[in-house]
Design a protein around this ligand. Structure first.
Ligand code: HEC
Length: 154
């Protein structure tokens, strides 16, 4: 890694992607570095989740999930994020606030969150897995099947 990256965020990209590449390309056993992080599948999904998070969530919840006080909640070191998957899928798909179909606003934040009904089950799973494994969170991965099942009841 001899190239120079200025932003601390960008330095993470090549590391995650190369771990994903190693994991995905690994032919025999779990002897690749990716094995120390999780299965090849999980590592690929973390890289995908990260880029989806950056595209759809980061502008409000911030690059390290730190949120903005009074505006939008912190997702880092969060019991909610490490907790009930059903709730996380609902918030992500339906949003929270005054718009039709959104979960009721908590009243703690001036900002509201529109839902993301157009994200696929696998995209929602990737984003939620990423936020549950980042910034001091360490909870189980979310699967595409889980998201599908929860979506049926929304
Ligand atoms: C427009 C800004 C905005 C965007 C974009 C946004 N959110 Fe939110 N999010 C909020 C706000 C504001 C709340 C809190 C609403 C409330 O409490 O009434 C929230 C709440 C949440 C919660 C619940 C946190 C808790 O402690 O209850 C989760 C989880 C969440 N967002 C995840 C996401 C994910 C994942 C994305 C991207 C797919 C995303 N958000 C995109 C503004 C945003």
């Amino acid at each position: 890694m001899d190239r120079h990256f200025r932003s601390p965020i960008r330095t993470v990209v090549p590391i995650v992607l190369s771990a994903a590449a190693l994991g995905a390309g690994g032919c025999t056993e779990n002897s690749t570095p990716a094995a120390t992080i999780g299965s090849a599948e999980t590592v690929v999904s973390l890289a995908e989740g990260r880029s989806l998070y950056m595209a759809h969530c980061m502008m409000c919840h911030q690059p390290q999930g730190e949120g903005v006080m009074g505006m939008q909640p912190r997702l880092s070191r969060s019991e909610v994020v490490q907790g009930d998957v059903g709730y996380l899928v609902e918030v992500t798909i339906l949003g929270m606030g005054d718009h039709p179909g959104g979960l009721e606003a908590s009243g703690q934040f001036r900002q509201q969150m529109e839902g993301f009904p157009d994200l696929t089950d696998s995209e929602v799973a990737a984003i939620l897995t990423y936020i549950r494994r980042s910034w001091g969170n360490n909870a189980s991965a979310v699967t595409e099947d889980e998201v599908w099942e929860i979506r049926q009841d929304l």
